[in-house]
Design a protein around this ligand. Structure first.
Ligand SMILES: *Cc1c(COP(=O)(O)O)cnc(C)c1O
Length: 361
């Protein structure tokens, strides 16, 4: 059996050792005689899995005690609605920074529920940079400020958080979750869809400061009320048990392989540098993002010809480097190089790109 190098933006590649472990445990999880797919979410054995997942998450992200960690469904997209329904509850105003499609979708959804302002945007240059903001850009009485920390489609990331003062900062970190340390105390809410960096699809993790809970609007659907989910320890209804189990295995893998997120960040930096250094030296391939805002996770790049882009994607795929086609709004190519992509995968991709450049001069 040959595994490819999978550069998909999500769902994305998982660590081989995690897949092997899940395979070995698939018929009989730890002597229970059942697969995790089959067992009650209220059983003692599943309780251990979800508790372990939470405690590993708390340990790796060093989550302060006054934050809840919730395991939810509906994708990151469901949170676009849940966030205004739960947190736009004072002035009814919220400020959004538009750094790409995911931030824009969240902004558009929030408009259904209140006075929502786009305080900055990088739409003018196809979201190829993070717009600078000043403290006075944010409305004094905004209930929260919303950002998308790492922009999956465009390949930008905030290296510094916007100066929101003591306003509640809410961040979608779907595509950079657990890829490097993050000071959770700077945020009111951090959430991520797990299928980018942490697990298969089906799970969203929301990390929420406790004092923000319990103020959802009356019209908030019960499944989107974070307080109800928190009071039920994420077991208000049947959670995505299997995905939570894989999430736990991935967190184990991070801890065992890297010790913590500092070391994982170093690895991710080294890995991304292999590709960025090549892009900076190549005559044919160019990165699309300004250097200071480059993501460690998603790397979009282009040649100056649509024909060459298509030829490259086709030949790369045949050579075992798959899912390199860029998002339709950027074109060209995109290599998503999440935690589970080994550095060898990027080195081999770069070797392939070098040869392609030679052969197509
Ligand atoms: C993929 C992605 C989403 C959408 O996730 P779903 O789980 O499909 O709703 C939202 N935000 C970011 C940053 C993403 O990368």
């Amino acid at each position: 059996m040959a595994r490819v190098y999978n550069f998909s933006a999500g769902p994305s590649t998982l660590p081989v050792s995690v897949l092997e472990k899940a395979g070995a445990e698939i018929l009989d999880y730890k002597g229970s005689g059942q697969s995790v797919m089959e067992m009650s979410h209220r059983s003692k054995v599943f309780d251990e899995i979800i508790k372990d997942a939470e405690s590993l998450m708390r340990e790796l992200y060093q989550i302060p005690d006054n934050y809840k960690v919730l395991f939810l469904q509906g994708g990151a997209s469901a949170q676009f609605s849940a966030i205004p329904l739960n947190f736009m509850n004072g002035s009814g105003k919220a400020d959004y920074i538009i750094t790409g499609q995911w931030a824009k979708k969240a902004y558009q959804e929030a408009q259904k529920y209140g006075d929502v302002k786009a305080v900055a945007s990088s739409a003018d240059k196809t979201f190829s940079y993070i717009p600078k903001t000043k403290a006075e850009d944010f409305r004094e009485d905004a209930d929260y400020v919303y950002i998308c920390l790492n922009n999956t489609i465009y390949g930008t990331v905030y290296k510094e958080l916007p100066p929101v003062g003591d306003k509640v900062l809410i961040a979608d970190v779907s595509s950079c979750a657990l890829s490097e340390p993050l000071d959770i105390s700077k945020f009111g809410v951090v959430y991520f869809g797990a299928q980018k960096n942490v697990a298969p699809a089906g799970l969203v993790v929301a990390i929420i400061r406790e004092d923000l809970l319990g103020k959802a609007r009356d019209i908030c659907p019960v499944m989107m009320d974070y307080k109800i989910q928190a009071d039920a320890d994420s077991l208000y209804n049947t959670p995505p048990c299997w995905t939570i189990y894989i999430c736990k295995l991935v967190l184990d893998w991070i801890k065992e392989t890297f010790g913590g997120l500092e070391k994982l960040k170093e690895y991710n930096e080294k890995k991304a540098a292999v590709l960025y250094d090549f892009l900076d030296s190549s005559e044919m391939f160019k990165g699309t993002v300004v250097k200071e805002d480059r993501s460690l996770m998603n790397v979009p790049f282009v040649t100056d010809s649509e024909e060459l882009n298509a030829k490259f994607i086709k030949e790369a795929s045949a050579a075992g480097f798959v899912n390199l086609k860029g998002h339709r709004s950027v074109g060209g190519m995109r290599a998503s190089i999440y935690n589970a992509m080994p550095i060898e995968g990027v080195e081999k991709l770069v070797a392939f790109m070098k040869k392609f450049e030679e052969d197509n001069k």
